[in-house]
Design a binder for this molecule. Structure first.
Ligand SMILES: C[S@@+](CC[C@H](N)C(=O)[O-])C[C@H]1O[C@@H](n2cnc3c(N)ncnc32)[C@H](O)[C@@H]1O
Length: 359
């Protein structure tokens, strides 16, 4: 019997199972900070390049304090991120962890995922306040780890899928971009998708936009570093008011659900597209029913949605708050309400749904 609910029978075994599962979750919560620490201090990279290493050797290679590094290594070994050899007292980064934790070109690259998660947790006391008041919390108000982590989390997936799969899945778009088209990448953040497309289609012109001035400043730097500054321009603008018309393609990567007024944004997209233009909407993978998303991806996305996406939308006019698990039918509803005649799912990955809308 439970003290609080005397009428409810509590299964002691199930209770202890849940408690031990929670121990694992607390370890995982803290590990987000340790992964970001290992990434920022170069511990994974040094271990990948020089392992097996003792804690003293790893500290010497990274210019860090041995006592911190030893504790970090033991936590990493206990969690299976690093392998420990008790005979030699040395630590190794296994090959798969080397790819996932150090190869920023791999679609399996993880540090950005942890960085945006940790940034979200750091800002969570503000979300607790807003959950009481009902007010929103804008994307621009978050710590830099959210913005930087977002770029580093999404870019590997765009590298793997955008040019090879998603654009070819749209009707006639690749041919237009090869000939030379005009593209608006709306809600572009640090511009990784804009720069990837500009690199792949040198005859086309790209206009990235985002309401967050800090993100646009970074996007401009990234474009110059990538050598595509001549055919990419960026502007600070909300999705309902970016400039230009006659676009062959408008893209939105993981941002439509963050907007307060996605229908208003969709109407603006429609007014800026050429008659035969296409709108590509990349959204987090989700089923239409809540229970469809009871899986590890849905769990992570509902959590991001609570801490980032829903507050972001609520901070803007209308505050529709679609949430990061909106699913196809709610996105279709937004698109059709804005007057688009055609809407279909064009592609998918374990993390994304890709939709095409046309007039
Ligand atoms: C999750 S981030 C995705 C950024 C980028 N598309 C990417 O994939 O890396 C969402 C972006 O939407 C932008 N955003 C949110 N509401 C917006 C609005 N109403 N108009 C334009 N951008 C908006 C945010 O500033 C942020 O850069």
């Amino acid at each position: 019997m439970s003290a609080l609910h005397p009428a409810v029978e509590v299964d002691g075994d199930k209770l202890m199972q849940f408690v031990f599962r929670a121990v694992d979750e607390v370890g995982a919560t803290l590990n987000a900070a340790l992964v970001v620490m290992g990434d920022k201090l170069g511990l994974y990279r040094a271990l990948a390049e020089g392992g097996p290493l003792s804690s003293a050797e790893l500290a010497a290679r990274t210019g860090t304090a041995e006592r911190y590094v030893r504790e970090w290594l033991n936590a990493q070994a206990a969690g299976g991120f690093v392998a420990y050899d008790p005979d030699s007292g040395s630590y190794t980064l296994p090959p798969e962890q080397t790819v996932a934790l150090t190869d920023s070109d791999s679609p399996a690259y993880l540090p950005g995922f942890f960085q945006i998660a940790l940034g979200s947790v750091i800002d969570s006391p503000k979300i607790v306040e807003r959950a009481r008041s009902g007010d929103g919390f804008g994307w621009h108000e978050h710590v830099h780890d959210v913005h930087d982590g977002c770029e580093r989390f999404f870019r590997p997936g765009y590298n793997a899928h955008l040019v090879a799969e998603w654009l070819p899945a749209l009707d006639g778009v690749v041919a237009k971009l090869e000939r030379g088209g005009l593209v608006a990448d709306v809600g572009c953040g640090h511009g990784s998708s804009t720069i990837l497309m500009a690199t792949a289609f040198p005859n086309s012109t790209f206009v990235g936009s985002d309401y967050h001035a800090g993100s646009i400043e970074t996007a401009r730097q990234r474009a110059n570093e990538a050598g595509v500054g001549d055919r990419v321009s960026f502007q600070v603008a909300p999705a309902a008011a970016y400039s230009g018309t006659g676009y062959d393609l408008v893209t939105m990567f993981d941002c439509l659900h963050d907007m307060g007024d996605p229908v208003g944004a969709a109407r603006h997209v429609r007014s800026t597209l050429k008659g035969d233009g296409s709108w590509m909407i990349v959204e987090p993978r989700a089923g239409d029913r809540i229970e469809d998303n009871f899986n590890p991806v849905g769990r992570a996305y509902y959590a991001f949605s609570t801490l980032l996406c829903t507050p972001a939308s609520l901070s803007q006019e209308v505050g529709l708050a679609l949430g990061a698990q909106a699913g196809e039918s709610r996105i279709r509803d937004v698109v059709q309400t804005a007057g688009f005649g055609r809407f279909r799912q064009a592609a998918e990955t374990p993390f994304n749904l890709v939709f095409e809308a046309r007039a």
